[in-house]
Ligand binder design. Structure first.
Ligand SMILES: CC(=O)SCCNC(=O)CCNC(=O)[C@H](O)C(C)(C)COP(=O)(O)OP(=O)(O)OC[C@H]1O[C@@H](n2cnc3c(N)ncnc32)[C@H](O)[C@@H]1OP(=O)(O)O
Ligand SMILES: N[C@@H](CCO)C(=O)O
Length: 465
């Protein structure tokens, strides 16, 4: 497809040297993107490498792999290696990359424009001749574009391989599946750890605050770039579900089918409160340095890990925590009468915190949680959600989980009621599960069946073989 002078399709891999670091997933980009018609123009270096990509701080010589207090730590070396690899992805992702130049600024809800900016994305399957089989996948808070391939930093399988792949409900033999990293993220789409071309250093807090609508605007530019007028479906969970709803409202004519899971039309006061706790944990870490840790060669690992530990509890349910761990002790016969991780659940949370810090940027955590907090779909429609969906012809399928107390069924039901009031085509399933909010990421047979059925029906309706 034609690229304007200021839109460059970039390929991965002009990655900066990270000392002795080797990728746990080196060479493991499992399914090469198959965007039809893209022109590869090589990679582009946008500026000096952030100092934070070095395994140790050049400023202080201090190791960047500080553990959570008292945690059963992973060795500092490997953590630093993972973190350095993750940081390299911010500007040089192992993904398809589109760079929007000065002629394609992104207008943000904050009232400013962002230009230039880039979007990192993965595709799976092939776009058909009439471009009617494209499905956009929207990821959740800490997700990324690696929905169905081995992750370049962690070496783990894609986060939605339960649903995406050949013969799976989001069938890559039939559909052209696109997954992009959100604006404000840290895996290659412009975010706070990206190089600010005006200064040559990472944006940090100089990046404007972004919203879910901004994320969706940026995705629409990617979809334009791919030459796709209408998406067969937009699918996502949690923050991904917020993006799905925003797509249906912002671009109703471009979304044939929409499938928001474990989502809501606005972030609740309780959820904003949880996010604020997490942000305060990050900002209270002395190594956060007012958001300038990449420049100063530090890393707010403890703060971000604590933020993730607290958040992770909200992604599970009381019964799933009980089922997994109960009151069992971690590798010991009795209590130690100390503050070590005596309980398995403590050890588990510490592990989740540490693992998160290895792959996610602390400032991105601030930006992405903020975007979720600001989300309120009805706000621009006089507080009447049904008006946001007025005259929509998109067909919807909403999914919630019985044990999700973060985005409870009532939130999805409110969207369904609004869609009913707007006369929209909508189906809704509340799935019985004890796995809490993150159930949408797990192998849930009912979710698999519903997703398959809904997408098959959409495909039939538009004549996708
Ligand atoms: C949404 C997106 O778009 S992408 C982002 C999605 N990914 C995440 O959110 C990652 C963090 N979230 C999770 O791990 C979520 O619980 C899930 C839903 C994704 C995975 O759930 P499950 O498959 O049930 O995994 P579980 O919660 O048991 O965690 C397994 C991990 O805990 C570790 N673990 C389990 N018990 C313990 C313990 N007692 N002590 C220390 N670690 C432990 C396991 O070793 C495993 O580690 P690994 O992930 O590094 O291999
Ligand atoms: N656990 C998922 C869902 C959170 O809403 C994530 O971290 O993105």
């Amino acid at each position: 497809m034609p690229d304007s002078d200021n839109v460059h399709v970039l390929r991965p891999a002009a990655r900066p040297t990270t000392g002795e670091a080797t990728s746990p997933a080196q060479g493991s980009q499992a399914q090469g993107p198959q965007t039809q018609g893209s022109q590869t123009q090589g990679s582009q270096t946008l500026g000096p490498q952030p100092q934070g990509q070095q395994p140790t701080s050049p400023a202080s010589g201090k190791a960047t792999g500080e553990p959570v207090a008292g945690a059963e730590t992973r060795p500092v070396g490997p953590s630093r290696t993972y973190e350095a690899l993750a940081r390299a992805q911010a500007d040089f992702p192992q993904s398809e990359l589109v760079h929007f130049g000065a002629d394609k600024p992104l207008t943000l809800d904050a009232g400013v424009t962002l230009s230039p900016f880039q979007i990192a994305y993965q595709t799976y399957g092939k776009l058909n001749a009439d471009k009617s089989n494209a499905i956009l996948i929207c990821h959740a808070l800490s997700g990324d574009q690696h929905a169905a391939n081995v992750h370049p930093v962690t070496g783990k399988t894609g986060w939605w391989e339960t649903l995406i792949g050949p013969g799976k409900p989001i069938d890559t033999n039939r559909f052209f599946v696109i997954a992009s990293n959100v604006l404000g993220g840290c895996l290659g789409t412009t975010g706070p750890s990206s190089i600010n071309p005006k200064t040559g250093f990472p944006y940090g807090l100089d990046l404007p605050v972004v919203t879910i609508r901004d994320m969706v605007r940026a995705q629409a530019m990617l979809i334009d770039h791919l030459g796709i007028d209408r998406l067969l479906a937009v699918v996502g969970g949690s923050m991904g579900g917020m993006q799905v709803l925003q797509w249906a409202v912002s671009y109703p004519e471009r979304v044939f089918a929409a499938m928001p899971m474990a989502a809501a039309a606005r972030h609740s006061a309780q959820n904003i409160a949880f996010h604020e706790v997490g942000r305060q944990a990050v900002m209270a870490d002395p190594d956060w340095r007012g958001g300038r840790y990449l420049l100063e060669g530090t890393s707010p690992r403890s703060g971000l890990a604590v933020a993730r530990m607290a958040a992770h509890i909200t992604y599970m349910s009381d019964s799933s925590l009980h089922r997994k761990f109960g009151r069992r002790l971690q590798d010991r016969d009795g209590r130690t009468f100390s503050f070590d991780a005596d309980f398995q659940v403590e050890s588990y949370l510490r592990h989740q915190g540490e693992a998160f810090v290895d792959r996610f940027d602390a400032n991105s955590y601030l930006y992405v949680t903020r975007a979720m907090d600001y989300f309120d779909l009805a706000a621009d429609y006089g507080g009447v959600l049904a008006n946001a969906f007025k005259d929509t012809r998109t067909r919807f399928c909403l999914v919630s989980f019985t044990s999700d107390w973060l985005f409870p069924t009532a939130d999805s039901r409110a969207v369904v009621h609004a869609l009913n009031a707007a006369g929209a085509s909508v189906s809704f399933a509340e799935i019985e599960s004890d796995k809490g909010h993150d159930a949408f990421l797990l192998d849930e047979p009912e979710l698999t069946a519903i997703t398959r059925g809904f997408l098959d029906s959409a495909a039939r309706a538009v004549g996708v073989a």
